[in-house]
Design a protein around this ligand. Structure first.
Ligand code: ISE
Length: 343
């Protein structure tokens, strides 16, 4: 029988997942859409025939059998859904960030460790993107020597209402916070933020772009340009500097056309197109893993690590100083790869 999925949060990402599961994913169906805004919930259920709308997760749990939940609310509303979902042993896909604070992330991993195995996968979809996977392979093979530095650009056309300066780190650069250690194969140990001339097209009070500098354990530096009102489209690129070569990803996501004396290339309008294939792979693998009682992607531990770095990043934004990242915990055996399959 297909996995019965509740999607909590029917905004842009939640409704994108509803349509993805209905049209492109096998082995799962959306049976419930939860959103206190009934118009949004209804619009999303229209994408999944047979699904019902609910105004709260508790209401959905009481009304209909649910096997799995995708959480696509803002980060500060993740914990109140994750905790009851864990209690019921549901398969959980939490969009990034895992939660909005380190304390909340800790409560989540503590609650999860009371179960027999990890149940939470975090929506760091870049780990399923072909470019990032190829780049990681290059680092692992070591044919070009060690990875010395990464130039990362993360550009959004515009910001949603209520997007704050800290969201640059907690909501946007959180993706690089996850992917830099994934590429480098080691943790981030410090973070520093520089603020260039402000983009006057940003909403009043929002100081951006910003440059965020990460240092990993053996000294690889990653500089991230985060620009969130850059108008022209959605662009995420990385250039990796090795000892004897450079590699670049993210520049060729759309077709290049030479015509009428011009060589042109489109730009993806949003993350939905830029990472569409990565989201499809992420969700299919999550669904397949749920059927065998496992997760297959970044875990709540990865979400916790990212929250620790994000915390240091927000501090670095306000102090202008280089901030050391202190991880209070060692990785529990519970989260070691394979633990989910052996326990
Ligand atoms: C958004 O929430 C995302 O996850 C996008 O990938 C990112 O580019 C954007 O900046 C975030 O606000």
């Amino acid at each position: 029988a297909p996995l019965r999925v509740a999607v909590v949060g029917a905004g842009a990402m939640g409704s994108d997942h509803v349509s993805r599961i209905t049209r492109r994913i096998s082995g799962a169906e959306v049976t419930a859409v939860v959103d206190p805004d009934s118009a949004r919930a209804t619009a999303a259920t229209a994408l999944a025939p047979g699904s019902q709308t609910y105004s709260s997760f508790e209401e959905a749990l009481d009304a209909t059998p649910i096997d799995a939940v995708i959480i696509a609310t803002p980060g500060f509303l993740h914990e109140p859904v994750i905790l009851p979902a864990l209690e019921r042993g549901l398969a959980i896909l939490s969009e990034k960030p895992l939660s909005d604070t380190v304390e909340s992330s800790l409560r989540i991993i503590e609650a999860e460790q009371r179960l027999d195995r990890p149940h939470i996968q975090v929506g760091f979809m870049r780990r399923f993107d072909r470019g990032y996977l190829e780049l990681r392979e290059l680092v692992e093979k070591g044919e070009n020597g060690a990875l010395l530095a990464l130039h990362c650009a993360h550009r959004n056309p515009s910001t949603p209402p209520n997007y704050s300066e800290s969201a640059l780190i907690t909501d946007s650069v959180i993706h690089e916070i996850d992917i830099v250690p994934f590429l480098a194969g080691e943790p981030i140990v410090s973070v520093e933020v520089k603020k260039p001339r402000r983009n006057s097209l940003a909403p009043e009070g929002l100081v951006e772009p910003q440059f965020v500098l990460f240092e990993t354990l053996s000294g690889t530096l990653a500089i991230v340009e985060i620009s969130v009102n850059i108008q022209f489209g959605y662009q995420v690129t990385t250039e990796a500097v090795f000892e004897s070569g450079v590699a670049s990803i993210g520049r060729a996501e759309t077709i290049q056309v030479a015509s009428a004396g011009t060589l042109g290339q489109g730009v993806t309008p949003s993350y939905k197109e830029r990472f569409g294939a990565a989201y499809d792979t992420e969700i299919q693998r999550w669904v397949d893993a749920a059927a065998r009682g496992a997760i297959d992607g970044p875990s709540a531990w990865d979400g916790y690590l990212a929250s620790v770095v994000a915390d240091a990043g927000v501090l670095a934004q306000s102090t202008g100083e280089k901030v050391a990242v202190e991880y209070a915990l060692e990785k529990p055996a519970f989260y070691e790869a394979g633990a989910s399959l052996t326990s």
